[in-house]
Write a protein that binds this ligand. Structure first.
Ligand code: HDD
Length: 739
C-alpha cells in the first residue's frame, strides 16, 4: 500500500516515540535493553479485537435477550473482557510498594580492572543499560510520595555478563543487624494490624515500641529523623549499597567495597510542614518530578562512588565491616568516583516495567561478591521468594523488563507462564543426546567464582560482640549536622514521639537517645509530657548494649546535606505570583534570566487564562492559587505594579502563598510594590539589605530603572544565588509566621 504521507500514530504512541528519540539524542542510541524491549512493545491500532484476534462488533453493549432483557451467558466477548479486568491486580511488594522508575545507562570513567573483573566496569567507552526504581518502604502502592521514610534506590545493570542488581537505599545504614529481625521491623512500621492505621508513617506506637527496644536501630533512626527522609526530589538524593560487598579482580584478589550514588544536583530536603502538605496537594510529587525532568530532557545524573578496603585491612577500622548499622566515614576512607548513571527515558508502561521489575541482591556478575553481613545473607533468600508470590511463579526472569541482554541457557523448565520454547529431547545435564552442552563436573574455573573465603567455625545462633556498639556512629552523624539540620532532627523526633499513645515508649526512646547526646535527648523530651531522659534506665534494660569504640574523627562533614550540589538552579520551580496591573517591563528580564539559568517559571494568578499588565499586555497564567499552592515551588517572585500588588494583598491565598514560602525558608524576590506582600513580616522597600532575612531579595530600585537590563540582571543574579542555596534554613523566628 502506498504511504499516504499521514502519520497513523496515536498521540500517546508519538509521545513514546519522542521519548525514545530523546534518549537516542542523549547519546544512548545503542542501548541494548531498549532494542530488546522494542520487540515486546505494541502500538495501538484503531481496530479493537478480542485476545484471540476476533474483531469486535461493538465495545459498548453486551449480548442480551432483547434490548431490555438479561445478558446472555454465551457472551464470550463480555466474559473475556470482565475476566481479564477481574485479574488485573497482582500483590504489591511486601515493602517498597510505592515506586517510580526510569531507564538510562551507566558508564565507567576508567577501567577498574585493578580491583574487579566485572565487565561493565572495564571500558570507559561502553554504556551499560540500566533500569532504576526508587521507592518508599512503608506505604502502599497508592500512598503519598513525600512521607517521612527511607527511599529505595534499586539499580538493574543489564550487563554483557548477566544482570547485576545494586539494591540499595538513600540511607547508608539499616535499622537491624540480622535478617532474622526484618519481618518484626516491617510489621512494627507498617499500619497496625487491628485497624490498618496509619498509612505510610512511622509515627505510631508499634514502630517506636520496637525501635526503642532495639538500640541497634539508633543510628538509622537519626538518619530517618533527618531531612534525608523527606527528599525534595528523587533526583536530589544519595544512594548507598548499604552492606559491604566485595570486588574481586582477575587474579582472585579481593577488596571490600561500599557503594555510593552521588547526585549531580546535590542532596536536598523538604521542610516537614511542606512535605505533609504536598502529601495532600500532590501525592505523586516525586513521581511527577522525575517523569517531567526526563520528558523535558533534564536527565538526572549520579556518580557511582566506591570506598575500597584491601582484604587484609578488614579489621583496621575499629568497627565491624559486616555490621550494616555502620558506615565507613568518608574522612577515613575516601569515596572514589568511578562512573556515572544517567536516566534518560521514562517507561512506556508502568505495570509492565516499574511494577514487574524484580530486583535481587543475589543477581551478581563475576568480579562482585557478597560478604558475610548477616542482613545481606538473609536478603539473598528473600528476594527470589517474594517474586514468586508477587509475579505468580518461577519464570519472572522471562518478563521483558527482567530479561538479561546476554544469552542465557540452563535446563530449568516449565512452570507458570513459561514463554521460552526450548527445542530438543534433552532437559538434563550431563547428557550425550543434546547438542553442544559441555560436560563439566569439576566446579570449573570459568564463569562466576565465589570468593574462596576460608571458613571453619562451629555453627552458632549468636551475634558477634563486634556488633555491640550502637551509639558512636549515631553520635557522629548528629555531630556532623549543621545547626539547622540538628533542629530538624529534634523536631522530627518530637513530632513522631508526640503521636504515640503510650508515654512509656516515649520515655524509653529518649532514655536511649541520652546515649547519643544528653542535650539532644533533653530537647526531644521537653514537649512530650514525660520525665527527664535517663541514660542509666536505658542501660539497665535487658539486651541493651553500649560498647563504645573510639573513632579517629568526631565529625564527618560528608554526612551533612548542607552546601551540596553544583550551585545551579536547573529544574528549580519558581512561582511568579501576579494579577492584573503587573509591571511586565520589569518582570520580563528577570524571568528571562531565571529561565536562562535553567529554572522553570510558572505564573500563578487568581484565575486561569490571561492577566493584563499595566501596559495592557496579556500574560498567560499557568496555575491558580487554588490549584497550585506555594509548596509546589522552590522560590517565589512577586513582580512590581501598583494595581497588581493591591489586588494580591486583598487575596488571602496570595498572601498565604508568600508567607508559607517564607516559612518554608524558600528564596523570595519582590520587585517594587510587590514587597507589600511581605508587610506582615515588617519588611518594606526601604529595609536595609543587611537587615533582610536570608534568602530575600527586595528590589527597591524605582521600577522604571529595572526596564534597563543591567538593573534587572543584577536582581536576577541575586535571586538565582538565593535559589541555588536551596533553602535558607537558618531564617529566624519562622514559627511566628502565620502560615
Ligand atoms: Fe529489601 C525490596 C532495599 C533489607 C526483603 N528492598 C527492596 C527494595 C529495595 C530494598 C530498594 C525495592 C526493590 C524494587 O524497587 O523492586 N532491603 C533494601 C536494603 C536493605 C534491605 C537497602 C538493607 C540494607 N530487604 C531487606 C531484608 C529483607 C528484605 C533484610 C528480608 C530478609 N526487600 C525485601 C523483599 C522485597 C524488598 C520482601 C519486597 C519486594 C521485593 O523484595 O522485590 O524481598
Amino acid at each position: 500500500m502506498k504511504d499516504s504521507g499521514k502519520s497513523t500514530m496515536s498521540p500517546q504512541n508519538k509521545a513514546a516515540a519522542g521519548r525514545r528519540a530523546s534518549a537516542v539524542k542523549a547519546g544512548d542510541a545503542g542501548n541494548a535493553k531498549q532494542q530488546q524491549l522494542e520487540g515486546f512493545t505494541v502500538e495501538h491500532p484503531t481496530t479493537l479485537t478480542t485476545n484471540q484476534g476476533l474483531q469486535l462488533p461493538d465495545n459498548h453493549n453486551s449480548l442480551k435477550a432483547g434490548v431490555r432483557g438479561p445478558t446472555l451467558l454465551e457472551d464470550f466477548i463480555l466474559r473475556e473482557k470482565i475476566t481479564h479486568f477481574d485479574h488485573e491486580r497482582i500483590p504489591e511488594r511486601a515493602v517498597h510498594a510505592r515506586g517510580s522508575a526510569a531507564h538510562g545507562f551507566f558508564q565507567v570513567y576508567k577501567s577498574m580492572s585493578q580491583f574487579t573483573c566485572a565487565d561493565f566496569l572495564q571500558d570507559p567507552d561502553a554504556k551499560t543499560p540500566v533500569f532504576v526504581r526508587f521507592s518508599t518502604v512503608a506505604g502502599s502502592r497508592g500512598s503519598a510520595d513525600t512521607v517521612r521514610d527511607v527511599r529505595g534506590f534499586a539499580v538493574k545493570f543489564y550487563t554483557r555478563e548477566g544482570n547485576y542488581d545494586l539494591v540499595g537505599n538513600n540511607i547508608p545504614v539499616f535499622f537491624i543487624q540480622d535478617a532474622m529481625k526484618f519481618p518484626d521491623l516491617i510489621h512494627a512500621v507498617k499500619p497496625e494490624p487491628h485497624h490498618e492505621m496509619p498509612q505510610a508513617a512511622s509515627a505510631h506506637d508499634t514502630f517506636w515500641d520496637f525501635a526503642s527496644l532495639m538500640p541497634e536501630s539508633t543510628h538509622m533512626l537519626m538518619w530517618a529523623m533527618s531531612d534525608r527522609a523527606i527528599p525534595r526530589s528523587l533526583r536530589m538524593m544519595e544512594g548507598f549499597g548499604v552492606h559491604t560487598f566485595r570486588f574481586v579482580n582477575s587474579r582472585g584478589e579481593s577488596h571490600f567495597v561500599k557503594f555510593h550514588w552521588k547526585p549531580k544536583l546535590g542532596i536536598h530536603g523538604l521542610a516537614w510542614d511542606e512535605a505533609q502538605k504536598i502529601a495532600g496537594k500532590d501525592p505523586d510529587f516525586h513521581r511527577r518530578d522525575l517523569w517531567e525532568a526526563i520528558e523535558n530532557g533534564d536527565f538526572p545524573e549520579w556518580e557511582l562512588g566506591v570506598q575500597l578496603i584491601p582484604q587484609d585491612k578488614e579489621h583496621s577500622l575499629g568497627f565491624d565491616l559486616l555490621d550494616p548499622t555502620k558506615l565507613i566515614p568518608e574522612e577515613m576512607v575516601p569515596v572514589q568516583k568511578i562512573g556515572r548513571l544517567v536516566l534518560n527515558r521514562n517507561p512506556d508502561n508502568f505495570f509492565a516495567e516499574t511494577e514487574q521489575v524484580a530486583f535481587h541482591p543475589g543477581h551478581l556478575v563475576p568480579g562482585i561478591d557478597f560478604t558475610n553481613d548477616p542482613l545481606l545473607q538473609g536478603r539473598l533468600f528473600s528476594y527470589t521468594d517474594t517474586q514468586i508470590s508477587r509475579l505468580g511463579g518461577a519464570n519472572f526472569h522471562e518478563l521483558p523488563i527482567n530479561k538479561g541482554v546476554c544469552p542465557f541457557h540452563n535446563f530449568q523448565r516449565d512452570g507458570m507462564h513459561r514463554q521460552t520454547i526450548a527445542r530438543g529431547q534433552v532437559a538434563y545435564e550431563p547428557n550425550t543426546l543434546g547438542s553442544g552442552t559441555e560436560f563439566r563436573v569439576d566446579g570449573g574455573s570459568h564463569g562466576f567464582q565465589s570468593f574462596p573465603e576460608e571458613i571453619d567455625p562451629p555453627k552458632v545462633r549468636r551475634r558477634s560482640a563486634s556488633f555491640d556498639d550502637h551509639f558512636t556512629q549515631a553520635r557522629l552523624f548528629f555531630e556532623s549536622q549543621s545547626a539547622a539540620e540538628k533542629e530538624h532532627i529534634v523536631a522530627a523526633f518530637r513530632f513522631e514521639l508526640s503521636k504515640l499513645e503510650v508515654p512509656a515508649i516515649r520515655q524509653r526512646m529518649v532514655d536511649n537517645l541520652a546515649h547519643v547526646d544528653e542535650k539532644l535527648a533533653r530537647r526531644v523530651a521537653e514537649p512530650l509530657g514525660i520525665g527527664e531522659p535517663d541514660a542509666k534506665a536505658a542501660a539497665g534494660r535487658a539486651g541493651f548494649r553500649d560498647h563504645r569504640i573510639a573513632l579517629p574523627i568526631e565529625e564527618s562533614p560528608a554526612l551533612s546535606m548542607a552546601d551540596t550540589g553544583d550551585g545551579s538552579v536547573r529544574t528549580r520551580r519558581i512561582a511568579i505570583i501576579a494579577a492584573d496591573g503587573v509591571d511586565s517591563a520589569s518582570l520580563k528580564p528577570i524571568r528571562d534570566a531565571l529561565e536562562q539559568a535553567g529554572a522553570q517559571c510558572k505564573v500563578v494568578g487568581p484565575r486561569l487564562g490571561t492577566i493584563a499588565s499595566a501596559s495592557k499586555r496579556q500574560i498567560d497564567v499557568d496555575a491558580t492559587f487554588a490549584n497550585t499552592p506555594s509548596v509546589m515551588f522552590d522560590a517565589v517572585l512577586v513582580p512590581a505594579g501598583e494595581d497588581c500588588a493591591a489586588a494580591l494583598a486583598g487575596i488571602g491565598d496570595a498572601v498565604h502563598f508568600v508567607l508559607e514560602a517564607y516559612r518554608h525558608c524558600k528564596a523570595i524576590c519582590t520587585v517594587g510594590e510587590g514587597v507589600r506582600l511581605l508587610s506582615t513580616l515588617g519588611i518594606a522597600e526601604d529595609t536595609p539589605a543587611d537587615e533582610l532575612p536570608a534568602g530575600l531579595v527586595v528590589a527597591a530600585t524605582p521600577v522604571t530603572n529595572l526596564g534597563d537590563s543591567s538593573g534587572a540582571t543584577e536582581i536576577a543574579l541575586r535571586f538565582v544565588a538565593a535559589i541555588a542555596k536551596h533553602r535558607h534554613w537558618d531564617r529566624a523566628n519562622i514559627d511566628a509566621v502565620p502560615a
